[in-house]
Write a protein that binds this ligand. Structure first.
Ligand SMILES: CCCCCCCCCCCCCC(=O)SCCNC(=O)CCNC(=O)[C@H](O)C(C)(C)COP(=O)(O)OP(=O)(O)OC[C@H]1O[C@@H](n2cnc3c(N)ncnc32)[C@H](O)[C@@H]1OP(=O)(O)O
Length: 157
């Protein structure tokens, strides 16, 4: 059986995110998985994701780190409670803070790997540290504070 990605557990009504929503046909539709204590996703940029020729636009890098990290936050919260992502009550996280350091130019001509580590889980907040690598070299590092989705943001039935 093929492993389901974190984002495959998101209910339809919160699956339209540009970075991670499986129902957003124009979006990145990233798929994140556990790899031991870390999480991982891969994404291959398109030629139109260019910053300057040959290199990836920083906004794409930020959005990949953002959505991989919020997915990691949700998965980590379920794991901390010892239950699957298909169980109730639902745990949904949004970005409170996104910090990205661009450490080296990111080549556009190959797959990118984004890896997340859980730095802290406390109350309704999860802090994730993520790296983005190309060809084995870390090109960007991010820290995301993810907080449980407030009622005001929840889709109306
Ligand atoms: C099955 C799985 C389902 C998963 C579904 C996924 C859905 C898909 C979604 C895809 C999404 C994709 C991603 C997207 O694009 S999500 C879209 C972009 N994000 C938003 O629009 C969020 C807008 N902001 C808010 O709604 C509120 O400000 C939030 C909810 C974030 C916090 O307001 P709330 O009133 O609830 O929080 P609190 O004040 O009680 O604070 C709680 C804790 O958080 C800490 N804190 C707060 N803000 C910050 C900050 N800026 N920096 C650092 N820390 C911050 C705070 O110190 C405290 O920590 P502590 O004192 O306890 O230590």
């Amino acid at each position: 059986m093929t492993e389901r990605a974190f984002q495959d557990y998101y209910p339809d009504d919160v699956s339209h995110c540009y970075g991670c929503g499986r129902l957003n046909e124009k979006g990145h539709q990233i798929k994140s998985y556990w790899d031991g204590e870390e999480t991982v996703t891969h994404y291959t940029p398109e030629p139109y994701h260019t910053a300057i020729p040959g290199y990836v636009y920083g906004g794409l890098i930020a959005s990949l780190i953002d959505c991989h990290s919020t997915g990691t936050a949700a998965a980590a919260a379920y794991r901390a409670e010892g239950r699957g992502m298909d169980t109730e009550p639902a745990l949904r996280f949004v970005t409170a803070s996104l910090h990205v350091d661009f450490l080296a130019p990111t080549p556009i001509d190959g797959p990118l790997e984004i890896r997340g580590k859980i730095k802290e889980i406390k109350g309704k907040k999860v802090i994730i540290e993520s790296t983005l690598s190309a060809g084995g070299k870390v090109c960007a590092r991010g820290e995301v504070v993810a907080v449980k989705m407030p009622d005001a943001m929840k889709p109306k039935a």
